[in-house]
Write a protein that binds this ligand. Sequence first.
Ligand code: G3P
Ligand code: CA
Length: 262
Amino acid sequence: TADPPPIRRPQRPSVVAHRGASAERPEHTIAAYELAIAQGAEGLECDVRLTSDHHLVCVHDRTVDRTSSGTGVVSEMSLAELRDLDFGSWHAWGRPQSVLTLSELLTLALDHDTPVRLFIETKHPVRYGGLVEQLLLAELHRFGIASPPSADHSRAAVISFSAGAVWRVRRNAPMLPTILLGDTARILGGSAATAVGATGIGPSIMTLRDHPEAVDRAAASGRATYCWTVDEYADVTHCARIGVDFLATNHPGRIRQWLEPT
Ligand code: G3P
Ligand code: CA
């Protein structure tokens, strides 16, 4: 079939590579993020989890079973144990990859000639009582990006389904953009974001198909909308039409093509 026509808008959504270019490369690996940047992604999404020796690694699931050559719970394994596993060969691409630490991802993103923004999602915030956010902010400080001059100029945003995690980040790094993820009426209506000081809302595309008005309502209170996970042409056109700011996708290459030229 022929390629669909490009979507033209004066201000199109920014394309955020969800776990990197995760359809074409194993998620959360250097290969996935390098391809995403090469394909023109403007943002990189990653999930962070804590290891038993308190390093932050980019892994989505509670265990390594789905995305590596090993088995086990991430938070019960040391970074050295994770480094012994292959996080690439499970994917159709078929080449070995190492576990990626948040520090390595920040180095990749910030050393790159093309400026990209990181959307860092905290996982398991309750069990570790804020330790994930504490280590995350320490890392952003170390890289000099925890206190941007404005949200628009920030190289990182913290995103989370946990209102508590967003609240802790706002309290300790007030200039950092934060997005409260979720599909509840309180998130769509804005009251949950107000309560914790989130600078944006993050509904799923399933919800935004039926509630496009949430985007204008968020914008009216100065909040951005981040929508996940948007891979289909009809959803991309919908998001562009209703004014979504950030669109997280597993296919950054093809979405960038659909959204060009601006
Ligand atoms: O970008 C937000 C989205 O990643 C949330 O869902 O399960 O993929 O982390 P999940
Ligand atoms: Ca995520």
